[in-house]
Design a protein around this ligand. Structure first.
Ligand code: GAL
Length: 551
């Protein structure tokens, strides 16, 4: 076993506190180019070489884009007499070691692709690695491979390609088998799991064996897939850390699918979540707009992604009806990143209070996309956002004020003390689940409500509520339609207007709680505030564990 692998293993154990298999981990989210988003399952050697060369020629390699992954479609239908995968020599006249030498000669990394089922994704006859894990891992090593993207198609047979329901599709076992096979070869290979987030607790098992893992179904060439994947990544901050990164999928920047503002939003959101950054655009000036290439090449945004602290930003506030989110996270050197995400396709002005939001008294601020220093900021800010803009601010020289954040002022459990109406019903949860209450209220369908009759507030007005909820309706089969990974509830206080809130995915299953912080108006001073959570639209809301009031 090469010593670098042991060293990485030791580091990985420290950071993730889990030890299933040894793996070579990248120390920042991997960056590179992948053939799939543009060339689908029809790559050729010429295409791979041209794009690898372009990574260097256009300066992307120097920015960190190193992994050149040939996705689906590279192999021939038949394994050789020793059971080894073969390159399709019509499409890849040399392939193998020679292609690796070309890629390595450019200072880049040679990425392989296979899958843990019976056949490869996007094909009806190409062999995948099930039962051949050791042979295939050895081939990838023999060819000089540096990484393996490992997919999840045809898990039960050679008929059904994308299966989100079978035990096989959800099981970690096949991914663990390949992890062990990679571990046994005498070459350092990064393992990029592509299981799509099927089943439960994917972050827990995948972070233990892969340096990255896809947590969602495929990105799609439309703005709505940005909303869908963003809502699904929300709880993965629990698992993303140095050496282990939730993968939001290859980028659609440069594919003429989004406006430039939306491309900046997409790239920035992936960057602050510490997702791997895989260019999916063809790196050919006549095919990918220069403005898009400039977005992919924005060194300041890349630096947010590659920050050595490896801490993803978190969703810290959501304003559903106003259609914006605030994301924030720590960066190295005691800096902070804030992402203000305007989901509305029109400009709007939003307020951001650095004190109550982040406990920041003052800080030097930089607007990253504008590449402009904003001087020292303190207190309440007013920001202008273009439609679908993600404004990224980096705060440094941060002076904290510990008393400016609202403090916890009472917890209310949905399963006890609230009045349930309609279909809303208490559901029991296993030990140490549905925290902190250990129970939840589910089936909050339209026409159903959970009413808290005596909520205390010291003063009248708007309160911050930390709503503990559970939503694990993950958009897999619905990913290409309108699946959004959200469920809605309305909240009204003392008979006031019922305001809608869209709750993202909360955790790894239907008993893993997430917290959404929302600002709700209408409180009176006293202990008799009525707070009603109610179903909305035509679908059930998230399950409700309880909420905390902050004042
Ligand atoms: C999907 C995978 C994509 C791409 C595709 C190839 O399962 O998530 O990233 O590899 O297969 O068909």
């Amino acid at each position: 076993m090469p010593s670098s692998r042991s060293a990485f293993y030791a580091a990985a154990v420290v950071v993730t506190q889990v030890a299933v298999a040894a793996n070579v981990r990248t120390t920042t989210p991997h960056m590179g180019w992948n053939s799939y988003n543009y060339y689908s399952c029809n790559p050729t050697e010429e295409i791979i070489k041209a794009n690898a060369q372009a990574l260097v020629d256009l300066g992307f390699a120097d920015l960190g884009y190193k992994h050149v992954t040939t996705d689906c479609g590279w192999m021939s239908r038949d394994r050789d007499s020793e059971g080894r995968l073969q390159f399709n020599t019509t499409l890849f006249p040399s392939g193998g070691v020679a292609l690796g030498e070309f890629i390595h000669g450019l200072g880049l990394k040679y990425g392989f692709y296979s899958g843990g089922g019976y056949l490869q994704c996007g094909s009806t006859d190409l062999p995948a690695s099930l039962g051949y894990e050791e042979i295939d891992a050895q081939s990838f090593a023999d060819w000089g491979g540096d990484s393996l993207k490992y997919d999840n198609c045809y898990p039960t047979d050679k008929v059904l390609m994308a299966d989100y329901d079978s035990a096989e599709a959800a099981s970690p076992a096949r991914f663990q088998t390949m992890a062990a096979a990679l571990d046994a070869v005498d070459r350092d290979i990064n393992y990029f799991i592509c299981q799509w987030g099927v089943g439960t607790n994917v972050g827990a098992w995948a972070s233990a064996i892969g340096t990255s893992w896809r947590m969602s179904n495929d990105i799609y060439n439309a703005w709505r897939s940005i909303w869908r994947i963003t809502n699904q990544v929300v709880p993965y901050y629990k698992y993303t850390t140095v050496g282990a990164y939730a993968d939001m999928d290859m980028l659609i920047v440069g594919l003429n699918a989004l406006s430039l503002e939306e491309e900046r939003f997409h790239f920035g959101m992936w960057a602050i979540n510490k997702s791997p950054l895989g260019i999916g655009a063809p790196l050919e000036p006549s095919l990918a707009p220069q403005d898009s290439l400039n977005i992919l090449g924005n060194a300041e945004v890349i630096a947010l992604n590659q920050d050595p602290l490896g801490e993803p930003a978190r969703l810290v506030r959501r304003f559903t009806e106003e259609e914006y989110d605030i994301w924030a996270g720590n960066l190295s050197n005691s800096r902070l990143v804030i992402g203000i995400a305007n989901w509305r396709n029109a400009s709007q002005t939003v307020a951001l209070d650095l004190g109550s939001l982040l406990g920041v008294a003052s800080a030097s601020a930089r607007d990253v996309w504008a590449a402009a220093d904003l001087g020292t900021l303190s207190g309440a800010q007013t920001l202008q956002l273009a439609g679908h803009e993600l404004k990224l601010l980096v705060l440094s020289n941060v002076v904290s004020s510990s008393d400016s954040k609202p403090q916890a002022a009472g917890y209310y459990t949905a399963a006890s003390g609230a009045t349930l109406s309609g279909q809303a019903a208490v559901a029991g949860c296993g030990a140490n689940t549905c925290l902190p209450a250990g129970q939840k209220v589910g089936d909050i369908y339209p026409g159903s409500a959970v009413t808290f009759g005596s909520v205390s507030a010291a003063t009248a007005g708007t309160k911050l509520l930390g709503v503990d909820f559970i939503n694990y309706e993950i958009a897999l089969a619905t990913a290409w339609d309108w699946g959004s990974n959200t469920r809605n509830l309305t909240v009204s206080v003392n008979g006031g207007a019922a305001k809608r809130w869209a709750f993202p995915i909360s955790g790894g299953d239907w008993s893993d709680t997430g917290r959404l912080e929302i600002e709700v108006d209408g409180f009176e001073a006293g202990s008799q505030n009525e707070v009603v959570f109610a179903g909305f639209g035509s679908n059930p809301g998230p399950d409700l564990v309880g909420f905390e009031v902050f004042e």
